[in-house]
Write a protein that binds this ligand. Structure first.
Ligand code: CA
Length: 482
């Protein structure tokens, strides 16, 4: 037998034998050996997609394409809760991890607020929350009369200028009355709730008000909110006619309290007396069920897109709206939690995914919630909108096009303020002020914000103090503070 024949017989033997070694393994075991995308066509082509289509992606490649846009928000999800962002494997989130690993994974993404309403205001307007008067939470107890100024241009109104049909399914939290609601703020459709949280089954807010809306009307509907938000999201996509591009804002309630898994009963009643966080004693267990349900339901959206050949012309953006509560959820590897201006309050998991267009990679460029609005304006080439002169965010299209270390993003100084805390971040340097006491941290060496080094770095410390003071003086609207 010639050596060539022996060689090919050996190759054939190996080819046939290796799969037999693993006969009987489940798909999950295969997936863990080869990565989830091995079995999922919705992710697999992405690995080679962009180079085949574009070579190096240019700005004009994404400008004017008018992709569908799905903006998925998780509520109070921590950076350390997802394995793709360094989680410890305690929560099974294959769909979110798959999106992160096969999209642009943003490891230096920050919410503008350290809690719900401010971040959502920045996301919707491209402005600092303070610039639209939403520095604090619009609470179900004390703020039922107020909301975000309807005169400001929202993301829904922006994409409407480009002919998009827009829908928000889920949590609004920018005003209780219809005059401050999603329809008044430019969305074509709204199904969901306007307060900070509802019973996942009875849809009653923490003050005992019914809070489930269709457009401008309160309605009754049965179902676990993570599931019915997905049902209505799919229904919204099905209703799109004649290839009209759509903007779908899937603003999930999960995993914000009350801690209720998909199989738990309703517990809040109208005007009732109930524990705000829910009746479950093992809230850690409930939290895992909630995050895994969130992931499964995001998988349903991906399945719909894949089945309808929509993944290649749909940009998916995912983020959390602030850090975890502290009682549950992982802030690893940061210090602090929701409500605080340490990294744990605002440094959250985020990603952009666009199959075949955005190359899978990791970016540590600085991106904030307020950058989403100008990024979409830039992509759709919309220049004339009411917020255009004063938008504080920046378009991140350069980093979508692999211009890493894009200086305008990374050299800017950005700010937070909530209650007794203020912070300013410039590059690796972060100034944190709590109860008037200032500290300076070098995040490149001390991501945990544990060692105050202002004494050794007076120049940058004084520069950031001055920048923070100037920013506070520049805020033009009357501030709400809690
Ligand atoms: Ca939140």
């Amino acid at each position: 037998m010639s050596n060539i024949v022996k060689f090919f017989r050996l190759v054939l033997f190996v080819y046939l034998t290796i799969p037999l070694c693993y006969y009987g393994h489940s798909q999950n075991e295969w997936s863990s050996m080869y990565g989830n995308y091995f079995f999922s066509s919705k992710f697999s082509d992405t690995i080679v997609g962009k180079q085949n289509i574009y070579g190096k992606l240019k700005r004009e490649d994404i400008q004017g394409q008018r992709p569908n846009i799905i903006l998925i928000m998780a509520d109070d999800l921590g950076y350390g809760d997802l394995d793709a962002f360094g989680g410890n494997g305690s929560i099974n989130t294959p769909n979110l991890d798959g999106l992160a690993d096969n999209g642009l994974k943003l490891t230096n993404y920050h919410t503008n607020g350290v809690n719900c309403s401010p971040t959502r205001a920045a996301l919707m307007t491209g402005l600092y929350p303070q610039e639209v008067g939403i520095e604090g939470v619009i609470t179900a107890k004390s703020h039922r009369h107020t909301g975000m100024d309807p005169k400001v241009t929202t993301l829904a109104e922006l994409v409407g200028k480009a002919g998009y049909r827009s829908g928000i399914i889920g949590k609004w939290h920018l005003g209780y009355q219809p005059k401050f609601g999603p329809i008044a703020q430019g969305f074509d459709e709204f199904r969901g709730f306007v307060s900070g949280n509802v019973d996942y089954k009875s849809h009653i807010d923490q003050e005992g008000y019914t809070d489930w809306w269709k457009g401008t009307k309160l309605i009754e509907e049965e179902g676990y909110i993570t599931e019915i938000i997905t049902d209505h999201g799919i229904q919204f996509m099905k209703s799109i006619q004649d290839n009209t591009p759509f903007f779908l804002y899937l603003a999930h309630g999960a995993p914000h309290f009350p801690y209720q898994g998909p199989n738990d009963p309703a517990y809040r009643t109208v005007n009732g007396d109930f524990p705000t966080l829910g009746p479950r004693e093992d809230i850690e267990g409930a939290y895992i069920e909630m995050v895994e349900s969130l992931d499964r339901n995001i998988g349903r959206i991906l399945d719909y897109l894949e089945e309808n050949q929509l993944l290649e012309n749909t940009l998916i953006i995912f983020s959390s709206d602030n850090g975890p509560m502290g009682t549950v959820g992982s802030n690893a590897p940061f210090r602090g939690y929701k409500g605080q201006v340490y990294e744990g309050g605002h440094h959250v998991p985020a990603l952009f995914h666009w199959k075949g267009v955005i190359d899978p990679r990791v970016s540590d460029d600085l991106v904030l919630s307020m950058d989403i609005f100008p990024t979409i304006a830039d992509m759709l080439n919309i220049k004339n909108f009411e917020n255009s002169k004063k938008v504080s965010g920046l378009s991140i299209t350069p980093i979508l096009c692999e211009d890493t270390n894009f200086k305008p993003l990374n050299n800017r100084t950005v700010f937070w303020r909530f209650r007794n805390g203020q912070a300013a971040l410039k590059g690796k340097w972060k100034l944190v002020v709590v109860d008037g006491k200032s500290s300076l941290y070098n995040l490149s060496e001390d991501i945990k914000e544990s060692k105050d080094i202002k004494a050794e770095n007076q120049d940058i410390f004084l520069e950031l103090k001055r920048d923070l003071q100037n920013w506070e003086e520049s805020l033009r609207v009357e501030l709400r503070s809690h």
